[in-house]
Design a protein around this ligand. Structure first.
Ligand code: HEC
Length: 184
């Protein structure tokens, strides 16, 4: 009986840990809500309001529709974006890097600040967030992998999730332990 209880305890703990780890992995990816929030907080919505330029929702819907059509982010920008920005008289970004450097300058921010937005938007195209060309400005490119969440943007939800998961694991281990004692 004791052995059965212990096995149940170990199994439960393992299961809960696996679930917690899986949810943490999902949480560390930028979600649509986080990207949309970053887009608004950066001030991009000053132009992306449906008048000067497309709204966030319009961009997301359009890019989802173009998913799988291009194999590189630069090809995508050249074919789908360059002309549109140029026509409106806002410059002529020819690569993914140029596009986001240009857009971040409009709001007085650094290129790094748009990472969450970039990662999310790139994921819509099914290409991947890593730009294929080196940054053509002295702006330092972060050495961290694109998947690493900038602490100030995603740290809070990540830490909260980690704490919640830890508490959940503790509670369930305690219950399993109690049950195993009772059945022993
Ligand atoms: C000064 C105005 C202005 C600001 C501020 C601005 N943009 Fe833009 N953006 C444009 C214009 C104009 C276009 C081209 C027209 C369009 O796509 O709606 C564009 C296009 C884009 C596109 C391509 C959209 C598509 O589907 O073709 C992306 C992505 C983008 N901007 C991201 C951003 C981000 C991120 C920010 C904030 C860091 C930002 N923009 C801030 C004017 C602006």
């Amino acid at each position: 009986m004791r052995l059965k209880g212990l096995t149940a305890l170990i199994l439960t703990a393992t299961l809960i840990l696996a679930v917690a780890l899986a949810s943490l992995t999902v949480l560390s990816q930028p979600t649509e809500a986080q990207a949309k929030d970053a887009f608004a907080k950066l001030g991009c919505t000053a132009c992306h309001n449906g008048k000067v330029a497309k709204t966030w929702d319009e961009i997301v819907a359009r890019w989802k529709g173009l998913s799988g059509k291009y194999t590189s982010l630069n090809d995508f920008v050249k074919a789908e974006v360059t002309e549109e920005v140029k026509t409106r008289g806002y410059g002529e970004p020819k690569t993914w890097d140029e596009l986001f450097i240009l857009m971040s300058t409009f709001v007085g921010k650094k290129r790094e600040d748009t990472k969450i937005v970039e990662e999310y938007l790139a994921s819509l195209l099914g290409i991947g967030a890593t730009p294929t060309t080196p940054t053509p400005t002295p702006t330092p490119t972060p050495v961290t992998s694109p998947a690493t969440p900038p602490a100030e943007e995603r740290g809070v939800s990540f830490i909260l999730a980690a704490v919640a998961a830890a508490i959940l694991v503790l509670i369930l281990v305690a219950i399993a332990f109690y049950l195993s004692r009772r059945s022993a």
